[in-house]
Write a protein that binds this ligand. Sequence first.
Ligand SMILES: [Zn+2]
Length: 286
Amino acid sequence: MKRLAATLCLLALCCHAAAAQAVRPDDARRLLGVRLGAEVSAWLEEVEGKLGREVYAEFAELDAPDAGGDYTLGASYLTRAGVAVVRVDESFRARGEQQTRAVIAHELLHLRLRARGYPLFLFSPTVQTRRGPAEDVEQEHVNDLVSMIEHRVFAAEMRRTGFDRLIDLTNGLDAARRRGRTPDGQAEVLNYARASLEWNDARLVEEFTAVYRANGWTRSLEGGRRMAEIIRAADIRAPTEVAPVFLRCMSVLYGASFRVEPDRRFALAKIYPQMLIYAERPRGRR
Ligand SMILES: [Zn+2]
């Protein structure tokens, strides 16, 4: 699963050759029984046109049984065979068509970046942490970071279509409040950056800031702010522009330097590059 580089998108992320053709409003496509409309259908057609296969979509329970709520709204990835998969949390069956369409559209925007050659990032097996290999214990944080950078890349489309207003990402506020004065880590840095970049409500971000202070998470607060600044200032218009932004965020997240190199053995390299992350050794120790 790790080698497939599934990006789970914390919004918080079938097979026949599809001919790419202009979408007319009267033949807008459906996924999961939801009519997508002309623009989202065009995103779907672009992904299927590039991959040469239909997107596979399903409802699924996306949160762990002990998560205590529905935090993950959608997820998407490409299988090793090059099939794009969209998964929507099953809680959306009851939330109706509009919200389900917003999550599907969001995941299609992630998949469209894959189809356009935007990279994913995977810890090399050589990177170790005190808790074990980074590919086992830290990859989820890297996936979150990449999702957040991608959200910035397609933020204008989410806003213009109004989908951003249909998806509530602010349930992290209560979760942080419940945590109280417990140790913080990479997840708290990422959650603060996400709130700062994506919650369209300054008052709620202020509340979130107050919770971080009360919990003693001042380093995560500072790191999250710096990361949000880096991502906010980035103006990514091409796949090759992602890695420098990613590496700057990684140095905030871990207080260490990394470099990335394309994974030459990656099965889907013809579609998009998978970059392997290596720790930079301190000077003089090479
Ligand atoms: Zn996402």
